[in-house]
Design a protein around this ligand. Sequence first.
Ligand code: PLP
Length: 394
Amino acid sequence: MRNEKGSLIRPVPLPDSASRPVVTPLSTSVVYASDTPDMLDQQYEGGLQGYTYSREGHPNADVVGGLIDRMEGAPNPGVVTSSGMAAVAAVLMGITQTGDHVIGGNQLYGRSLRLMAEDLPRMGVSTSMVDPGDVDAVRAAIRPTTKLILVETVSNPTLRVADIEGLATLCREKGVLLVVDNTFTTPRAFKPFDWGADIVIHSITKLLAGHSDVMLGYVAARDEAINTRLRIFSVTTGMTPSPWDSWMAERGMLSFDLRFDRAQATAMRLAEHLGGLEGVKRVIYPSRDDHPDQARAQALLKGQFCNMVSFELDGGRAEANAFTRGAEGLNFAPTLGDVGTTISHPASSSHRALTPEKRTELGMSEGFFRVSVGLEDPDTLCAVFSQAIAACKV
Ligand SMILES: *Cc1c(COP(=O)(O)O)cnc(C)c1O
């Protein structure tokens, strides 16, 4: 009987129905009207559950948040934000203050690195970047003022695996918050809260929504006060997601488990296939015997790994460009997690700003590619790579 009263200009109440829709309705209303002043009072005082204004929260965001809470085993209801970067910013800016120190993994997502390198220092928060696979190095970087450490479980694009277990122990010992950006691994392969993380971040934009038509983020904290702080900061700074993106994300997430399992099985298969091809110098996938973090990946990721495969062509920019032109049907795009396979070339895109020497140090030559494996038929996909690599000898 909501909407019973209507208004002068919107006089028609919603039709009553004894049955309910199986699909979550899209709630585009920014404003929520209260039937009586008394009810609004009770809403603000917490006695009555209800929405007031969509920046403060709305049903579609809460449904998406609830789904991820369940997948992650989140101790408190997470906050859905307008992008993954909004979630990262909510953590880095919402719970730090002038004088604090923050540590970041040295191969974080580019914008996260930028936020740490350029924006936090401007506000009096100092930052250090450290290899998250080296707990001794992280220990050495910790100061009395260190507030948090932000890491990604599997790094992009070199697919190194962070020592989450060692970091969690260190963080507990030092009273530092461990923040894990779980975008790559997803809760299907890894649940950071089970391994001692204090805060979990997602770019829902990538694998969770999965169709490259939604931009959203998520963050949840173990500590209730920090969780509330993150929610308030995201509302105050207007990081609220749109109902439409939230609705689309929910739709995408209904098939997430199936998509992830398929994409990661194909990724494993493609890694094996690439390893046997002439013209491929190196293949990087965490399940491989030649991966430096294979044992750690086995322990943390429970045999699920990820849908990303990186490899290095034998050659320079000319061979790389020839491969890209020859990879028919694969989108050349620097994002990941789409239903279709995408290939990206870090030297000319995500890591373009680095010097060639720095890229070499990070293991990214001119022949280096990152593949985000999608849902194509695995045989067909392997054939496309065989063909494009065979044709790229210049
Ligand atoms: C893409 C990405 C982000 C940022 O998410 P957006 O939704 O693009 O803002 C953060 N972390 C990782 C690991 C990502 O891949």
